[in-house]
Design a protein around this ligand. Structure first.
Ligand SMILES: C[S@@+](CC[C@H](N)C(=O)[O-])C[C@H]1O[C@@H](n2cnc3c(N)ncnc32)[C@H](O)[C@@H]1O
Length: 417
């Protein structure tokens, strides 16, 4: 099948129309002429698996990463950054029916502060696009930056010297499975977390990563293919630190942190600008990223979060920064007295707000809601319900994830009079 790519789908792939069918072709740009030989069905989508760009569109630029086109991590590196932003703004308009500016990330290479690298018999790197079983072997991830080359080099040396068995993905066997690398971009602190199945990790591993500020060994005792495990032990620091706008945040292998530190600064400012009044609820507070920043600005903050470990981290971080914010374990389904807050900040997971929470918001009607969303689809659904009592006062996209189709959105809602 041959044709011209008309535009980009919501998930960042080129759209090729063939009769009544729509094929999605990864790594293509509007205007590319492509020949597609094979495709597969994924849910309702048809995704090209064997294709060729026979005439390249003038819109393209050279991707920085040598693994672009094989690695499934980045889909848009071949598009100039302004085109990526325009794509994200269009996506927001299509999903939300509102024109929203998308704030560019201040840095578009070396911005990611975390990568989860598979350590497998088929390679050390990221999944090949469209597969769960194959890995593109990498020496560096330009989206993370220089430190990835150093850490992956050290890992290869360790493997060569000590010969641990590596993850065989298809058979779900092997000892060494993932290496998660995290870096405080504003502190320069580096964490390496080796995730294994049960077994013995040579203590000599520490010598290979002696430049890291924190080295962890985590054990995944489940059958699941995840880059996460119970901490077996750690060497050097228990945490690394990241510093955003004067606030010091602690990072632990098992805690979430916004993955683009440079743009996280803008996200904090955006949220703070939207908040009104003094008493703020930070719901889905995670490690307290927003709450602690707002408390430092003088607001009285309470945070609610379902993960007890994240709450522990938030409490520790609040203490470290000398702020009064109070975090507690709780579920979005059970929050009460929302009317007692001037502003409720919501930062739910991709699934969006629980229907019970929406009901409570519509019953208690806090004056201002600041909704931070990483999924404009569920945001659109939730806004549909909240519009019964709220109007959108402002909305802004932020590009937290350059080269991917994802976009973060901060929406300020005010109670209708
Ligand atoms: C997108 S993250 C928000 C992180 C936080 N704002 C930050 O920047 O660190 C969503 C958070 O919601 C929490 N969560 C998930 N389900 C929840 C629920 N039912 N009730 C409360 N929190 C929940 C997750 O544990 C996670 O920390």
């Amino acid at each position: 099948m041959r044709g011209v790519i008309e535009g980009l789908s919501e998930n960042g792939m080129g759209i090729l129309r063939a009769g009544r069918r729509e094929l999605l072709v990864p790594f293509t740009a509007p205007g590319d002429v492509v020949v597609v030989r094979r495709w597969r069905r994924k849910k309702k989508l048809l995704i090209a698996t064997d294709f060729e760009v026979v005439e390249a569109s003038g819109v393209r630029e050279a991707p920085k990463c040598p693994y672009f086109g094989a690695c499934g991590g980045c889909l848009l590196q071949h598009l100039p950054y302004r085109e990526q932003l325009a794509f994200k703004a269009r996506k927001l308009f299509e999903l939300l029916g509102i024109e929203a500016e998308v704030l560019p990330s201040p840095v578009i290479y070396g911005h990611r502060n975390r990568i989860d690298v598979v350590v497998s018999t088929s390679g050390i790197g990221f999944r090949r696009i469209g597969t769960w079983w194959d890995v593109v072997d990498i020496e560096e991830c330009p989206v993370f930056g220089e430190a990835s080359r150093r850490v992956l080099g050290s890992l290869r040396e360790f493997i060569e010297d000590h010969r641990p068995s590596l993850y065989n993905i298809k058979e779900n066997s092997g000892f060494l499975r993932y290496i998660v690398i995290r870096e405080g971009k504003f502190t320069g602190e580096l964490m390496v977390n080796l995730v294994t199945s049960e077994g013995v990790l040579s203590e000599e591993v520490v010598g290979y990563f002696d430049y890291a500020n924190s080295i962890y060994w985590s054990v995944n005792r489940t059958q699941s293919d995840v880059s996460y495990g119970e901490v077996e032990r750690f060497w050097k620091g228990e945490f690394i630190r990241e510093k955003l706008e004067g606030v010091t945040y602690l990072i632990h292998p098992n805690s979430f942190f916004q993955t683009n530190s440079y743009q996280a600064v803008n996200l904090l400012k955006e949220v703070a600008n939207a908040v009104e009044g003094e008493k703020v609820l930070d719901l889905y507070s995670g490690v307290g990223t927003f709450g602690i920043y707002l408390a430092r600005k003088g607001m009285r903050v309470e945070g609610i979060e379902i993960n007890p470990f994240a709450v522990e981290m938030a409490t520790k971080t609040a203490e470290l920064n000398g702020v009064e914010a109070k975090f507690r374990v709780g579920s979005d389904r059970e929050v009460e007295s929302l009317s007692s807050y001037d502003t409720v900040v919501l930062d739910p997971p991709r699934a969006g707000l629980h229907p019970k929470l929406i009901k409570r918001l519509l019953r208690d009607r806090p004056e201002t809601i600041v909704y931070v969303s990483c999924n404009p689809k569920t945001l659109a659904e939730n806004l549909g319900s909240l519009r019964e009592a709220y109007k959108v006062e402002s909305i802004r996209g932020l590009d937290m994830f350059p080269h991917t189709p994802h976009v973060e959105v901060v929406t300020k809602l005010k109670l209708k009079v």
